[in-house]
Design a protein around this ligand. Structure first.
Ligand code: ADP
Ligand code: MG
Ligand code: MG
Length: 252
């Protein structure tokens, strides 16, 4: 089972000019096995939503609740959230100089499972996961995200998704900066994850392009820190044709 329930979530950040409210009451439920797309213009708070669910310390929750299978996510540490089954693929994955992909993946897997993976199967699993993302054998010896191309960063994120096997994956603009071949590889990786039992996906995107490859069950238009409208895949088609204008004028 994996149900992520976000209710009236309000989030602020501290800025030089004082606190700034970014999320203004976000309500959203991802039921078992569902894929939801969140689409919104730049600056609407999409990454803030992703970071807040994942537990980034800069984002201060001032109201509302987030639960995963009924468990309060907001009182958990970042580690506990990952162990509970939440995964975030960041819009801008961070460089970790000196830590190889191989070490990073093994450490993450060990932390999440509470025990080290069995060496023989693990090596095979990693090779398979990287291979499915068109990343070759030497890739696992490189430092995490250091000097990676945009496409390599995103493909590495999806290899992590494959290996760490969370309950719910939050993918923040995993499509941005990808050429068409990389977009297909990444989408296929996400779709393979979705085929596993009961996995939830929150797919955050600015563009409709990725939705040709990953078909969401529900689409939400996100404007000015909240969900402006929810619907099915047809809502994405409307955005593709008409852009965000209708929602932007309504939000002012
Ligand atoms: P999106 O991902 O939809 O482009 P973000 O969540 O990145 O939007 O940002 C939403 C708004 O919050 C923007 O106006 C952005 O400048 C502001 N914001 C986000 N994070 C911070 C931060 N750490 N400090 C100050 N402002 C922030
Ligand atoms: Mg539903
Ligand atoms: Mg963003």
């Amino acid at each position: 089972m994996s149900t992520l329930e976000i209710k009236d979530l309000q989030v602020q950040v501290q800025t030089e000019d004082g606190p700034k409210e970014i999320l203004k009451g976000v309500t959203l439920t991802i039921n078992d096995g569902e894929t939801h797309a969140i689409m919104g213009p730049n600056g609407s708070g999409k990454s803030t939503l992703a970071y807040s669910i994942a537990g980034h310390p800069r984002y201060e929750v001032t109201g509302g609740t987030v639960t995963l299978d009924g468990e309060d996510v907001l009182t958990m540490s970042v580690d506990e959230r990952a162990r509970a089954g939440l995964f975030l693929a960041m819009q801008y994955p961070v460089e970790v100089p000196g830590v190889s992909v191989s070490n990073f993946l093994r450490t993450a897997k060990t932390a999440i499972d509470g025990e080290a993976p069995k060496l023989r199967t693990w090596v095979k699993d990693v090779t398979g996961a990287l291979d499915r993302m068109n990343l070759d054998g030497t890739f696992s010896q490189r430092s995490v995200n250091e000097g990676f191309s945009g496409g390599e960063k995103k493909r590495h994120e999806i290899a992590q998704l494959d290996l760490l096997d969370p309950k719910v994956a939050i993918l923040d603009e995993t499509d941005s900066g990808l050429d068409i071949d990389a977009l297909k590889v990444v989408s296929e990786g996400v779709n393979r994850f979705r085929e596993r039992d009961g996995k939830g996906v929150l797919l955050i995107t600015h563009y409709t392009r990725i939705l040709r490859y990953i078909k969401p069950d529900h689409v939400h238009v996100f404007v000015a820190g909240k969900v402006a409208e929810s619907g099915g895949p047809e809502l994405a088609e409307e955005l593709e044709a008409n852009g965000y204008e209708r929602f932007l004028t309504a939000a002012v």
